[in-house]
Design a protein around this ligand. Sequence first.
Ligand code: S3P
Length: 172
Amino acid sequence: MNRIIVGFMGTGKTSVSKVLGRMTGLPCYDVDNWIEKKAGKSIPAIFAEEGEAGFRKRESEALKALLAQDGCILSGGGGIVLREENVAMMKERGIVFCLTASPETIYRRVGKDENRPNLDGYRSPKGIRELMERREEAYQRATDVRIDTDGKSVEEVAAEILRVSGKAGNHE
Ligand code: S3P
């Protein structure tokens, strides 16, 4: 069983999965990180040179490669739920946790971060709410367990994931 963490940009997916990795000793992978390493370029560079379609293709390939393993903690990018094939793979290979936060919290955390090209044009709490609402259905379809992160520490969110999914790794 893999634990897969999804959610909108700035909900803390990468930080939570790192802490979970430390708490459990399980291998921990970040899909965006994997994509950047394989491509030898940053996500903004991939978007600029290959467009979002190029990035999404790389994202599905990375997810497939990583999910060939078992007993891992995986964090995906905010748009990983947008492709039906990704959702199917994630549901088949693990428990999908979706982290949420208010548009205000997300704006405070990542609103000015230029490494998130898909926030361009939405860099206000109102804009973030709009993009979130547009993606809501996709998150719902992908999610097994939803966890609100507002007002919680990374450790609290990680502990909640462990409470729900148990502490075991490979042999379930
Ligand atoms: C994206 C989110 C990013 C990254 C890419 C696209 C999105 O990941 O995958 O910039 O479309 O929501 P984070 O959620 O880690 O920022």
